[in-house]
Write a protein that binds this ligand. Structure first.
Ligand SMILES: [Zn+2]
Ligand SMILES: [Zn+2]
Length: 151
């Protein structure tokens, strides 16, 4: 037996409940690819039916450097809402949706926190995923450029 494959456990928060389901916990060795699959309505039965129902989702949290058995352990703990920052007690401003996982997202790990970033096609600055209008699928332009703030 080789070493167990290392990947990322991730938590998707549905932007509207699907029946009783509000979350999907998964694992992937290639998170960007996996998110693109989910966004296209593939990859898992639950995310398939959620996409078919027109419900979008937000990548709420990731656990880097995990194996599939870590995923099982996290799932078996139940209560995904307790692990979900978007379901926390802090009031949240509206989250962007949907995450359209185009290939130009860059995986960044800062202070142990995994996130996605991209280079703005207009100002060329590297910005975090939440600085982009994710509903805009054709061009990756940051909010600052879109608003005409950054020259
Ligand atoms: Zn949540
Ligand atoms: Zn920009």
């Amino acid at each position: 037996m080789g070493r167990p494959l290392i990947g990322t456990v991730y938590l998707l928060h549905f932007n509207a409940p699907f029946g009783h389901a509000r979350h999907y916990t998964g694992w992937s060795a290639d998170l960007s690819l996996r998110l693109a699959e989910h966004a296209a309505g593939r990859g898992a039965r639950l995310t398939e039916v959620v996409a078919a129902a027109g419900i979008t989702w937000t990548l709420a949290r990731t656990w880097p450097n995990k194996t599939r058995s870590d995923e099982r352990r996290i799932k078996n703990q139940g209560g995904a809402a307790r692990r979900c920052p978007l379901c926390g007690t802090r009031p949240r401003i509206a989250q962007p949706d949907p995450i359209i996982a185009l290939p130009q997202w860059i995986e960044v790990v800062e202070n142990g926190v995994y996130s996605l970033a991209a280079d703005c096609e207009s100002c060329r600055k590297r910005r975090g995923i939440f600085e982009f209008d994710l509903a805009q699928a054709e061009r990756r332009v940051c909010f600052a450029c879109q608003d005409g703030v950054a020259a």
